[in-house]
Structure formats: C-alpha cells, structure tokens
Design a protein around this ligand. Structure first.
Ligand code: SF4
Length: 709
C-alpha cells in the first residue's frame, strides 16, 4: 500500500485568502485524503468545510481535456496544442497590427498561481506593449490596494494573523468571516474565549459572524465612512489621540480631522446617520478609545463599494490617529477574498500596477524594461475590469484572452457583458472546465488548463505569507499549467528567449529577482532572499511572509513598527474622504437595495464546490433573504419564489424570510447560475457603479424590485 509509505504532499487550499496549509495523500486509485497541515502557520492543522471537502472535488468529470477551435460552421473541434496556440498568437499579432496594442486585453484571475500571473503580466506589459491585463481580483480587494497606497505609500498589509491572537478588541467591518474566512474567525473566537477579547461586528446584515460578537452594529448600507469619521472625531474629542505618533510619523491629520468632524461631529449624529441605537455607537467608540490592542478587519462589505477606498482610509485614519499600526495585536487588516489575490497584486496583475508593486512612474517603467529586456513596455495603466469589458462592449477591445474566471456570471451587468463577448474578433479562454456561462458565449479558441493539485506554483495569503501549491495528480487529457500556455503563445509571437521557462521555480526566481532589482529598501515588496532558489529550495520552500530581504531572513510578520512608511517623506498619510453616499438610492421602481455575497460552503461559481455532495447539502439552491416586514409588504412567503429585477436584469430566487435582514434590503448569494426552478445569475442585476480610486465595482447596493412569481 503506497499510501502508507509515501508522505503526504504539502500544499495550500485553493479557496479563500486565509491560505490554509493542506496535506494531500493520493491513494493511487484516484482518491485523495485531505487533512490540515499542522505546521502551516495560517491554520495549524485546521480546515473549514470547504477545505476539508477538497478530496470530493477532484474527479475529472466535466473537465476540458483538449484544445478546441471553432470551425467556420460554428462547431468546436478538437485540435492539436500547436494549432490552438498558433491561432492565438496569430490572432493577437493580427489584431495589434490592425488596431494597435490598446485593442488587446487579458482578463485573469485570483485563482491563478503567482507564476501564471507573472508570465501573463510580463507578456502583456513588457512584450505586447499594453497595460490591458486586469483580474477578477479587481472585484475582490482593489479598494484595499488603493487605500493602502494612499495611506502607506505602498500596498502593504501591516500585520499578521498572530495579531488576532494578541488583540483585545477585534472589529469586523463588512465581513462575514464565520462563513467566508472560517479558520481566521475561529481563531478570533478562541482569542475571545481564552483572553477575553471583545468582538464587534459592523455589517448591514446580521450574519453568522454576529453570533460570537459582543456588540453588533447593523449599520445602514454605505455609512461605514460616517461611522469611522465619527470614531476619529470622538477619539480626538476625548483626547485619546497618540499625538507623538501623529506628529512624528504622519501627515495630513488636521485636514482629515476637520472633515471627519464635519461629516460626523458627535455620536448622536452618527447614530442617526448609520441608523443604529446611540448607546451601541457610543459603546463601540468607547471600547475602541480605551483598548490599546485593536485589530480592525474588513472585507468585501468595505471593498465592494462605490466608496470602498474612502471606507478603507476612514478605518486606517482611526488606527493612525491612535498609533495602532505595526505593533503586536493591533492594526487595520484587509481580509482578501481569493487564494492568490495578493500574488496577483505582487506580479502586476492589476492594470494600474506594473510588477513587484511598482507603478507606472517613468523610472519604474524603465527599470522593469531593463530587467525584462522588454521590447515594448506599456507606459500607461491599462483598463480596469469593468472598464475593460465596457471597452469590449464598445468595440474598442478586439482580442481578449480570459484565464481561469467566469465573468459572464461575476461581472456587474453580466448579461450585457456576456453578450459583448460576441463582438470580439478574437476570443480565447483558458479553462479547467468544459462548460460554464463564459464558454457559452462562444469563444473561438479553448485551452485546457491544469488546476489545483495538478500544477506547481505559489500563492500569497492575506498576511503576505507565500506558500507553495504542489502537484500530486497528473492533469487529465492534454491539460497544461497556465504559465506553460502563456509561454507557448509568447514563443509563437517571437519572444522565445524571454519565456524559455521549463519549470515553475524558474519563473518564481525571476519574480523574486525583479522585486530585488535596484531595490534599496524603499520598495515594500522585496524577495531578494528568494531570488537564487535552487529547484530543491523551491520544492522545500516553507511558508514565509514577505519582505524576505536576504537569504537568511525568515520573513517579517509586521511592518511599520519603526514608524517609517513607503511614502516619499516616510510618513503615513491621513486621507480626507468624500462625504459618504450611496452610488444609487432606492427609488419607486426599484425600492430595495440588493447586497450580494457568499454562502458558507460554496466558492465562486461552484465549478469545484458543486462537485461535493456534502458542500451542496448545506444550501442547495439560490435564494434571496428578506426581512419579515419586507416579505409581508411584498406579499412573499418563506419558501416561495420571487423575481428580482433591476435596471439591468432579473433572477428568480427562493425566498428566505430572515430577521438578519434590515427592512428595505435584500441579500442573495453569487454562486449559482443554472436554470433550475430558482435561478440567479446575480451579476446580471448588479449596476456598474464603481469606486473612482480603485475601479472596484459596487456589488453591495444595487436598487432592485422584488415580486412573487
Ligand atoms: Fe480553505 Fe479558506 Fe477554509 Fe482555510 S478557511 S480551509 S483557506 S476555504
């Protein structure tokens, strides 16, 4: 029995940004036993329902097995890799020749590994001459990136998960961590049980996370900025500022406080604006003021908003004002959604970043150009996700390659975006599965991609920790790693020397070397110590938090403890935020606000979790949650079907009447897209409002109507 003698493979869970370590033990008969890795510092052996069911999701049913091309008669036919790759390369070459580099784009994914991301970004921004590579992570955490850069001068997460063990007050904003980041939530609950830490939950919905909270502020949608402006004003009024820290290590405090006092002068006004009892607002303010060790964790309720970046900065302002950043047990903390949204940020997978956390400043463009010996560097940012697909709709993007994501379900105005794909001259998809809504939009070339367990690479979790994903299965059919597919297209475009990688470790090493190139310590993302890894080093690479500035470094748990930030004057910046407002108010035709999110046991559009009977058994169909008063007013019974309609689309969903929902608001999950009795491609309803700084779409507050079916 080989399973008794072969040690389990150490890898990382492919779902959320917690980045739990997994031990995978293939049994040689197609099955794999999954366990948590007790040595991984993200989870110390624990796994949530999704992670522990990974073994049930590894069948090859429904996989895309071979390269396919559309024939003149519209049918898809199996072709050789060479023919498919040649068609992709020729299509991009021809489109660029006729319409220029701004007519092409890649749309990639937080599911990609860092190595995949690195080569895709290198090809687009260094060799094809366009900035048009963006990622579905734009939908996940772009507002945190923009907020970090405004405050800290770089996209740096200041703290570490161990701060959750040391904190005395844990504030969760716009986060249902109990369902969406379960292992971290369990860690916080343990801190509450063992050390008496308090948990405050701030969310328009009363979610499972509220069950373990000491205080719940069920604020009105879009009012986070009022609450945290009020908190800043309160801390100042009670003389609880850290004047020494503000004076020595920050700039812009006076202006930020003036605006906060204008927006939210006192707890009475704040309570009215956020529509929460005054005593609860006052309790939160007092707890924050008197507790030294505070971690404020925020997630998609903050990020997925037309004012997401301002919300992030309103939170960070409060931590700067009290000097609570960069020290154990305290700090603002962005919970990333996807497994490798962070790795995408590090490699330049966002259209407005270059690579290794560099921006499009001329000296950075030149530095990356020299490092890559790049013939055609992009010099300006490309189109962010929603803008990119609107450019497809407008006919300005002519050739698009989608990798490892399903935008026909997940983008705002998803019906219109799906239809726009039909306008492309060249539409290419790399996918692990053989059918989904994006594939139904009739790509011209389909490239079979290897997926979790079948390829080697790395990911970065929410605390900047780089972990290896390791292969333990042979990919089915002709499926290949995404990095290999990109490199083969690059070779056929004439860039063979720059993309002559044979193994993932070669790409990782180059990625690390780029982060170290001309980096005198003023750039936050620095993997100098990993830039000379041997294949054996890479294979054995233990989870490590960047920066890793030399080969002896064990990584760094926390940044900014010395009061120095990555701004030109090394000071953190307070940010004056815009007065909080919703992008669209509910109106007569669309009187409800629709909030979208996840359920506990499914991930994204369910291509993996949908294979597990155990996970599907938790909630087996799409639903809309409505308050008892709302249900009565709209003549809806619990368990009935209702049609939701917005200005952009509609869906039919099972009604769940729940006390957790505020009157006038609805919640529905994002995962489902099938045509069952209830069917809900929620993206079809969502408006295209987006944050002006981050470009992140507002997925939490679309005006809709609801009526019985
Ligand atoms: Fe996977 Fe996230 Fe669950 Fe950890 S918490 S096992 S990373 S889904």
């Amino acid at each position: 029995d080989l399973s008794l003698t072969v040690p389990p493979i150490r890898t990382t869970c492919p779902y959320c940004g917690v980045g739990c370590g997994v031990l995978a033990s293939p049994n040689g008969n197609g099955g794999t036993t999954i366990a948590g890795d007790p040595e991984h510092p993200a989870n110390f052996g624990r796994l949530c329902s999704k992670g522990s069911a990974l073994g049930e999701t590894l069948s090859f049913d429904g996989r895309l097995l071979h390269p396919m091309m559309r024939e003149a008669n519209g049918r898809m036919s199996q072709v050789s890799w060479d023919a498919a790759l040649g068609r992709v390369a020729a299509g991009f070459r021809e489109t660029m020749k006729r319409h220029g580099p701004e007519s092409i784009a890649f749309y990639v994914s937080g599911q990609l590994l860092t190595e995949d991301y690195y080569v895709a970004n290198k090809l687009m921004k260094g060799f094809l001459g366009s900035g048009n590579i963006d990622t579905n992570s734009r939908l996940c955490m772009a507002s945190s990136v923009a907020g970090h850069k405004r405050a800290f001068g770089a996209d740096t997460v200041p703290g570490a998960y161990e701060d959750l063990d040391n904190a005395e007050l844990l504030v969760l904003v716009g986060s249902n961590a109990a369902w969406c980041h379960p292992i971290l939530h369990q860690r916080m609950v343990r801190t509450r049980q063992t050390r008496g830490a308090r948990i405050v939950v701030i969310d328009p919905r009363r979610t499972a996370t509220a069950e373990d909270a000491d205080l719940v502020l069920q604020i009105a949608p879009g009012t986070d900025g009022v609450l945290f402006s009020g908190l800043l004003a309160h801390v100042a009024a009670k003389k609880a500022l850290d004047g020494d820290f503000i004076g020595a290590h920050t700039s812009g405090f006076a202006a930020a406080l003036d605006l906060a006092e204008a927006i939210a002068p006192d707890p009475d006004m704040v309570a009215r604006a956020v529509r929460v009892a005054r005593k609860d607002v006052a309790t939160f303010f007092d707890w924050f003021r008197v507790t030294e060790k505070v971690v404020t964790l925020y997630s998609q309720g903050v990020n997925q908003s037309a004012q997401g970046t301002d919300k992030v900065n309103a939170i960070i302002n409060c931590h700067l004002a009290t000097g609570r950043v960069g020290r154990a047990g305290m700090g603002p903390f962005s919970l990333t959604g996807q497994p490798n949204a962070m790795g995408g940020r590090e490699t330049g997978g966002l259209a407005n970043q270059l690579a290794a956390h560099m921006d499009f400043e001329p000296e950075c463009v030149d530095r990356v150009r020299r490092f890559w010996n790049a013939p055609a560097m992009a010099r300006t940012p490309g189109l962010k996700a929603v803008d990119l697909f609107e450019a497809v709709e407008a006919g300005r993007i002519k050739a698009l390659w989608i990798m490892a994501t399903n935008p026909a379900v997940s983008l705002p105005r998803a019906d219109a975006m799906r239809d726009a794909l039909g306008k492309l001259d060249l539409f290419v998809v790399s996918e692990a599965v053989a059918s989904n809504d994006t594939l139904a939009a009739r790509p011209m070339v389909l490239l079979p991609a290897a997926t979790w367990g079948e390829k080697d690479g790395s990911v970065t979790n929410s605390e900047r920790r780089i972990s290896r994903q390791r292969a333990f299965l042979v990919p089915p059919g002709e499926a290949k790693p995404d990095w290999w597919i990109v490199c083969e297209v690059a070779k056929r475009l004439g860039f063979g020397r720059a993309f002559a990688y044979h193994y993932a470790y070669e790409i990782f090493r180059e990625h690390a070397a780029l982060s170290a190139f001309e980096n005198d310590g003023t750039r936050d993302f620095d993997l100098s110590g990993l830039s000379n890894l041997t294949p054996a080093d890479y294979n054995e690479l233990a989870p490590v938090q960047w920066p890793v500035r030399d080969s002896k470094s064990k990584g760094q748990a926390r940044l900014f403890g010395d009061g120095r930030f990555f701004t030109p004057d090394a000071k953190a910046r307070f940010v004056t935020i815009d007065p909080p407002a919703l992008a669209e108010m509910p109106a007569h035709a669309f009187p409800y606000l629709l909030n979208t999110g996840r359920v506990r046991d499914h991930w994204h559009t369910m291509t993996r979790t949908g294979k597990s009977p155990r996970l599907s058994g938790h909630i087996d169909e799409p639903f809309v949650e409505i308050s008892p008063a709302g249900a009565a007013a709209s003549n809806l019974a619990d368990g009935s079907l209702a049609r939701l309609t917005s200005a952009h689309g509609s869906a039919v969903l099972r009604v769940k009447v729940g006390e957790g929902q505020r009157d006038g608001e609805l919640f529905a999950p994002i995962h489902w897209n099938g045509e069952t009795a209830s069917h809900g491609r929620l993206g079809a309803l969502v408006h295209q409002a987006r944050d002006p700084h981050s470009g992140q779409p507002d997925l939490k507050a679309t005006p809709v109507s609801i009526a019985p079916v």
